[in-house]
Ligand binder design. Structure first.
Ligand code: FAD
Ligand code: NAI
Length: 477
């Protein structure tokens, strides 16, 4: 008799892609297991993946805390609030962050119980094919053999190292170390002016570090709408982030308490910079090692991602893959949507993910958020478009908040007025972008948004005004 534990669906990885896929599969009536190896400091299970443990959640906790600290130091006085003896308690700030992470880990374990997902704490690996399905070994804290007809690979990604400068999480930090520095470094170096570099650079600058960002490309935030990226570059520089573009990174050498980076700057001059800590945030690589992919012959592409079709089917029947381990943006909400869609496809339903309306947010101050096409892409594609912008400077709620930086920008088809892209830099851009996502999902026109009643005074009026500006009829600017 087989000693395997049989399931309908086994999910490998308990990040946003995996745990959400497992919950949806269980909701659809499948006997479902989820395997995740992440362990907390005490060795216990910590589901939620990169996002919960060393990504979205802890970074936003520190961004919020550091923003409070900066406001207390600079912005409160304008409101007539004088703060005497302002002090940073970094230990408490990090403890709060860890507490929020734990709440999320516990929340996922609760959701597994509620939805009858069987959780295995350990490493999952394909062990072979059996009975029209697959056997999966679990090793680590839990040791088991599972079998299932359907397997969802949701093993996520890890920070990419610079050749010759492996992460030690003491001096050379990935996102993991960057979220847990125990004393504010006087000189913080960041390699890569992408999402992590800007978010983590902002956190530590607000807390007092002198931050230098070295970016390889000559353009700043190349994927962002050029007008918005220009504005962001100006604002971040004004805040004190020293951003150097077009740098070619050379040797990185570690001393006892500092790390030295040699690089050639954009003018071709050799430079040397020494830092107390160095964050390397140059992108992420998919996790597929130790997964037993060779055993079953799962196909990877030349960059190591699991090969999938538009519907997340891999090269093997019954094996699916979602999230950071497959093509597409490395975003938690993209992983979740894929997870739900795959569970529904296994159930014979028509799960769907619209990649054209996946929003992006950079949680700096001001926040940057966008959905759809940028102006430079529309130009490159030869699409005729109309643009409308509205500055937060002219928005009453932004003035009351004391945060009038940035703008909302609409791009709409010149002939049909369909919204093609919305780009926001400014307060609460992360929340404001949802309206644009909904509008684009329903293929709305800018006129549709322009004619909808928005609460006053609210930041969302800037969205309406930018939509009005597409036809040059904004009312408050
Ligand atoms: P992951 O979250 O990486 O989860 C994979 C899980 O699988 C992990 O727990 C891993 O330990 C486990 N695993 C791997 N192999 C095995 C195995 N063989 N057996 C068992 N378990 C295994 N995205 C956003 O949308 N918004 C943000 O604000 C945001 N902020 C971020 C901030 C930082 C600093 C970082 C690094 C990332 C951030 N991201 C953000 C990206 C987001 O974290 C990822 O896109 C998301 O976590 C991907 O989800 P996933 O489920 O594919 O993989
Ligand atoms: P990234 O792709 O956002 O940025 C990497 C940057 O490093 C790029 O600007 C790139 O040009 C630069 N770079 C690459 N190699 C370099 C080199 N050798 N020298 C100098 N610069 C180099 O990657 P990042 O910041 O590591 O984040 C990884 C991913 O995690 C993001 O792309 C995003 O998908 C996700 N993430 C999402 C967040 C959010 O949604 N708010 C927050 C943080 C991460």
């Amino acid at each position: 008799m087989s000693t395997e534990k049989q399931f309908d669906v086994v999910v490998i990885g308990g990040g946003p892609g995996g745990y959400i896929a497992a919950i949806r599969a269980a909701q659809l009536g499948f006997k479902t297991a989820c395997i995740d190896e992440w362990a907390n400091a005490k060795g216990g299970p910590a589901p939620g993946g990169t996002c919960t443990n060393v990504g979205c959640i802890p970074s936003k906790a520190l961004l919020q805390s550091s923003e409070h600290f900066e406001h207390a130091g600079h912005a409160f006085a304008e409101h007539g609030i004088n703060v005497a003896g302002l002090e940073l308690n970094l230990g408490q700030m990090l403890k709060r962050k860890d507490g929020i992470v734990k709440q999320n880990n516990d929340g996922i374990l609760y959701l597994f119980k509620k939805n009858k997902v069987t959780f295995f704490h350990g490493r999952g690996a394909f062990a072979g094919k059996a009975d029209g399905g697959y056997t999966i070994n679990v090793s680590g804290p839990a040791t088991d053999t599972l079998s299932a007809k359907n397997v969802i690979v949701a093993t996520g990604s890890n920070a990419r190292e610079l050749p010759g400068a492996p992460f030690d999480e003491k001096l050379i930090l990935s996102n993991t170390g960057a979220l847990a520095i125990d004393a504010v470094p006087a000189r913080l170096g960041v390699i890569g002016a992408g999402v992590i570099g800007l978010e983590m650079g902002s956190v530590w600058r607000r807390l007092g570090a002198q931050v230098t960002v070295l970016e390889g490309l000559p353009t700043f935030l190349g994927a962002v709408d050029e007008q918005i990226a220009k504005e962001a570059h100006k604002m971040f520089t004004k805040q004190g982030l020293a951003i150097h573009l077009g740098c070619k990174i050379g040797n990185i050498t570690k001393g006892e308490n500092e790390v030295t980076v040699e690089y050639v700057d954009s003018t071709g001059v050799a430079q040397t910079a020494t830092f107390d800590r160095l964050i390397v945030s140059i992108g992420r690589v998919p996790n597929t090692t130790g997964l037993g992919i060779e055993t079953v012959g799962l196909q990877l592409d030349d960059r190591g991602f699991v090969v999938v079709d538009d519907e997340c089917r891999t090269s093997l029947p019954g094996v699916w893959a979602v999230g950071d381990v497959v093509r597409g943006p490395m975003l938690a909400h993209k992983a979740e949507e894929e997870g739900v869609a795959v569970a529904e496809r296994i159930a014979g339903q028509h799960g769907h993910v619209n990649f054209n309306t996946v929003p992006w947010v950079i949680y700096t101050s001001p926040e940057i958020a966008w959905v759809g096409k940028t102006e430079q892409t529309l130009k490159a594609e030869g699409v005729a478009y109309k643009a409308g912008t509205f500055p937060f400077l002219a928005n009453g709620r932004a003035r009351a908040l004391g945060d009038t930086s940035g703008m909302v920008k609409f791009l709409a088809d010149a002939a049909t007025d369909e919204i093609l892209g919305v780009h926001i830099i400014g307060p609460m851009a992360s929340e404001l972008i949802s309206e644009a996502v909904v509008a684009m999902e329903f293929r709305a026109s800018s006129e549709d948004i322009a004619r909808i009643c928005h609460a006053h005074p609210s930041l969302s009026e800037a969205t309406k005004e930018a939509a009005l500006a597409v036809d040059k009829r904004s009312l408050n600017f």
